[in-house]
Design a protein around this ligand. Sequence first.
Ligand SMILES: [Zn+2]
Length: 384
Amino acid sequence: MIIGATYALIGPDLRLCKDVLVYIESGKISRLLIGGKRSEAHVFYEEAVLVPGFINMHTHIGDAIAREKAYGLTIFESVARPDSIKFKILSETPPEKLVDGMVTALKEMAARGITTFFDFREGGVLGVKLLRDAISKFPLNGFAMGRPDGCSVEDVLEISDGLGLSSLNAYRNEELISFAEKTKEMNKYLAFHCSETIEQREESIKKFGVSDISRALELNLDFDFVIHLNYAEDEELALLAQKNKLITFCPRANLYLGLKPPPIADAIELSIPFALGTDNIMLNSPDIFRELETAVRLSRIQGATPDPKQLLSAVTATPSKALKLKTGIIDIGYQADFFVFDLAKPNVAFVGDIYKTIVLRGSEMNVIQTYIAGKPVLSQNEPP
Ligand SMILES: [Zn+2]
C-alpha cells in the first residue's frame, strides 16, 4: 500500500517534506519516498499534510457515560474521591454500557487525529478488561494503565501495559518501591498523578513529611512519566529536568476544575520533555487541537512564547521518544499511524507556516482521514 500527500512531517524532528509517498507493509512504514511521483500512490492527498497520529498521554475514557455530569463541581465532588459523582456513576452502570461509552470516546478521538492514548483505568483487572473490550471494537492504540483496585499489583500488571496510580498518598514507601520494581521486572510503564491539587501535596507532607513529587524523587522511583504537577515548586521541576523525566500536562481539564494551570512555561524554560493529555472525558473532550490551543495561550500568560513545532512534538515525537513507542513518528520501522490534515479548508487559509497551521488553527474539520497501522479508520459515508 502506498499513501501519498503534498506534504508530510517526517522523522523525530517533524521535518516538512514535499510530495511524500509512504510505503506500508504489514501495518508498518517500510519506505519513504520524498519527491515521489503522485501517480505511484494508491491514494494521494492533494493540498494536505500527513501528520503523525496524535498521542493523548492521559485519559480516563471509562467515564464517557458521564460526559458533563460534573459541570461546576470541585475536583473532589467530581472525580477525586471514592464518593465523587464519577465513581457513583461508574458503579451504577452495567459493564456493557461502560464499554459502549468507551467506544464513543475512541471514535471521537480518531476523528480528531488521535491514534494512541494512555488510559488510566479504574477498577483493577476488570476495569482493564473492559477497556480492552472497547478497543477490540474500535482499533486505536490504547495503552491500559491499571491500578491495584481490589486486586494485587501483579494481577493488574499481568493484563495491563503499566501502572497508572491515582495518587502516591495511598501507598507506603515500601509499597511504592515494590510497585516500581515489579513494573520494571515486567517491562511495563509506571506513571502517576502528582501535585494536581494543593490538598494532594498537603496530605503527602502531613503523612510523609514531603510533597508527593519530592517523595517520588527521594525514593528514586523509576517512573516513566508523571501527570499534572500544577502545584510543583521550582526546585522540584529543576530536579525533574535533571532526570529528564517526561511530564504530561492536562491544561483544559485543570482549568475546567478551577485548578491552578500547569507550569508549561517553566517546562519550556527548563527543557523538560512534556506531553499533553485530555484527562477525564466526563470533564473534557478528548481533543488535542483544543489542548494545543490552550497550551499556547497559557504559556503566553506565563511569559513564554512556545515554538509551535515544540508543541506539535509534545503530542507526537516527544512522548514517542521518551517512552520508545513505535508510533508518534512517521519514519521507517514505525507503525503507519498518521492523519491527513486538509490544507484547503478555509480555517487555515493564509497562515503559511505548517506548524502554526496545525497547532494554532487546526481542528477536526481538517482531519479528512486517520490511518492506524496503515488502515483508514474514518468512514467517509458514515462519520464516526
Ligand atoms: Zn487523571
